[in-house]
Ligand binder design. Structure first.
Ligand code: GRF
Length: 211
């Protein structure tokens, strides 16, 4: 590996299998990174246990204790900075983030979404894809911007939708690809290969991976 060890702050709300995949890739040495801290807005998130099991700082911050999203994000930023996070990964983090977080880590906040954006943004991507009747779906890793799942796309993987799929079946098939894609993107980040061309006129910002 040629990259330098980047320090990740990973935000989770649930089972944290993507976080588990990051740990696995680091342990297999296919990802040159270190998880500096895991933060969750859910006290019972399995993702926090995955961190504790590896002696990685795991911090619960109760969003209900804050007056608004920005105040919550400000507390998240404090924790991320305190642990020296350089990149922030939303890995099943079920909160909309605000400019308070985004401005603290400009073009350093990424999200993984279980659909081929721009199709099916939001919290119900799997159900929407099945209900629409698409024959392929997949996952997207993208930079986070102020919208919901609207930021510049870094990478995508395609997954077939089989007839008779329910949300659980499709989620399971997509998760396999999520786990690979997220670690691959983070390794690109570690190697400094993710190049962003800013928005110009009507053109969206675009992302290119340097070879
Ligand atoms: C994944 O499907 C991810 O795309 C979405 O939330 C799910 C999180 O899964 N944002 P896990 O918590 O990593 O298992």
């Amino acid at each position: 590996m040629t990259g330098s060890r980047i320090r990740l702050g990973v935000l989770v709300s649930g089972s944290g299998t993507n976080l588990g995949a990051i740990f696995d890739s680091i342990e297999k040495k296919t990802l040159d990174a270190e998880v500096a801290v895991v933060v969750s807005n859910k006290e019972q998130a399995t993702g926090l246990d995955r961190a504790r099991a590896r002696n990685v700082p795991a911090v619960f911050i109760d969003h209900k204790k804050f007056a608004d999203r920005s105040a919550f994000d400000s507390s998240v930023v404090d924790v991320l900075k305190k642990h020296g996070a350089q990149w922030v990964v939303l890995a099943g983090f079920m909160r909309i983030v605000t400019p308070t977080l985004l401005d603290a880590f400009p073009m350093r906040v990424i999200n993984i979404h279980p659909a081929l954006l721009p199709a099916f943004p939001g919290a119900h991507a799997l159900k929407l894809a099945i209900d629409y009747g698409v024959k392929v779906s997949g996952c997207t890793v993208h930079f986070v911007d102020a919208g919901t799942d609207t930021g510049p796309i870094i990478a995508q993987a395609v997954v077939p939708v089989e007839s008779g799929d329910d949300e659980a079946a499709l989620a399971k098939r997509i998760l396999v690809e999520e786990h690979k894609l997220l670690s691959r993107v983070l390794q690109w980040a570690s190697e400094g290969r993710i190049e962003v061309t800013p928005a110009a006129g009507d053109a969206r910002p675009s992302v290119r991976i340097r070879v």
